[in-house]
Design a protein around this ligand. Structure first.
Ligand SMILES: [Zn+2]
Length: 388
């Protein structure tokens, strides 16, 4: 009787979601549900054990020592006999990832490699027209970034300065291609190129690649920098990181910042992405272990030595959003930041964020190297088998 009552509540909840999700077709939602088996999805967060036709585990939504969280594959639903929460695979993701309905559907679509229906990509908070305009600007910004990435990459082949620098960093061409590393010249050629391609001024400025003087003259914001495109998990370029050419001392003397990154905008929010995750997550299975490092080169150099389960948090400390991404794609996280004070503080903060999310986390201490980039260059792949 008890179970039946609870099950009726789940049914009602499901009905509620059907009403709320009216902007996605029923067929699409069915596809999302049938392509994301609830046991598989929940197993990414909860250690489930089979009892007959039901799987049980410790509830991720309340603290408990006995497993009262049940998942029924036959009905594709979950229910907790402890705290009473229940629902389907979409409501599970909403709750566990703290996402809205639209975002949960997108995450599951991404997980199952299903393309989103273009016309329905808006939330219920905004009017359809406003959202269509916003979506248009976003798609233009993605296109501009993609084109800029190609343009910067092409520059590598024409710039001796860039080639010399990359040779010095021991980066081979296949790694440079894999990461789409490029070079920004100092002649406003990107702006001219984008303009010639027909992109609008406002969208170019919105990406942060192009600036405008008081007199209304447009110019390239990244100059004489090695360009690292930052991809989201879907493989779209959301931002760039630009490293100035020159040694630490030279740059300091000339007051040139070593790194300049794209500003936050419609398509880029700091702390929401992990550099290199688009490459690290390529296998469909969850990674056994993932190494989190600080900077671009700490990801790129290990890759060139065949170590691919490395991502960078791009900022000093790991954010909650990044922690959730890690939880989604790896079973265990290994933190490896610079050995300086800032790096050590970032490790403490990272441990807090990850343990709060219930992620198994370890810290990698390196001897005789200040970061993974330097370590791999010094010792090669063999000595770092632990992270692969
Ligand atoms: Zn519970």
């Amino acid at each position: 009787m008890y179970f039946k009552e609870k099950y009726d509540i789940i049914k009602q909840l499901e009905l509620f979601w059907v009403v709320k999700m009216a902007f996605y077709s029923e067929e699409f939602i069915d596809e999302i549900k049938s392509s994301n088996d609830i046991v598989d999805v929940v197993s990414g967060y909860v250690n489930l054990k089979r009892h007959g036709t039901t799987f049980f585990g410790n509830c991720p939504f309340h603290r408990e020592k006995t497993a009262s969280f049940a998942v029924t594959p036959e009905k594709q639903i979950f229910h907790c006999f402890g705290c009473g929460v229940g629902g389907n695979v979409i409501s599970f993701i909403q709750k566990v990832e703290n996402l809205g309905f639209k975002e949960a559907v997108e995450l599951l679509a991404e997980r199952a490699k299903i393309a989103l229906p273009a016309d329905n990509n808006y939330s219920q908070d905004e009017s359809k027209d406003e959202l269509k305009i916003k979506e248009y600007h976003k798609s233009q910004m993605y296109s501009i970034n993609k084109e800029a990435g190609r343009f910067f990459h092409q520059n590598i082949y024409n710039s001796k300065l860039a080639q010399d620098y990359l040779t010095k960093r021991k980066l081979n061409i296949s790694t440079i291609r894999k990461f789409g590393i490029g070079f920004a010249l100092d002649d406003n050629s990107l702006f001219k190129h984008l303009k010639a391609m027909g992109f609008k001024e406002e969208n170019m400025i919105a990406t942060g690649l192009v600036g405008k003087t008081d007199k209304g003259i447009l110019y390239d914001k990244f100059k004489n920098r090695l360009m690292f495109p930052i991809f989201d998990v879907r493989g779209r370029v959301v931002a760039f990181g630009g490293r100035a050419i020159g040694t630490h001392e030279e740059l300091k003397e000339k007051h040139i910042p070593k790194y300049v990154n794209s500003p936050e905008n419609l398509i880029y929010i700091k702390g929401k992405h992990l550099y290199g995750l688009n490459l690290a997550k390529q296998s469909t299975d969850k990674l056994k272990r993932i190494l989190v490092v600080e900077g671009y080169m700490d990801v790129v150099t290990p890759h060139s030595y065949g170590v691919s389960n490395v991502v960078a948090s791009l900022g000093t400390a790991l954010t909650e959003n990044q922690g959730k991404l890690l939880r989604q794609y790896a079973e265990e996280v290994v933190l490896s930041y610079d050995s300086d004070q800032a790096g050590q503080n970032a490790i403490m903060r990272g441990i807090d964020v990850l343990s709060e999310l219930g992620v198994t986390c370890k810290v990698l201490q390196m001897q005789d190297a200040k970061d993974p980039d330097e370590y791999v260059l010094k010792y090669g792949r063999r000595e770092i088998y632990i992270i692969n």
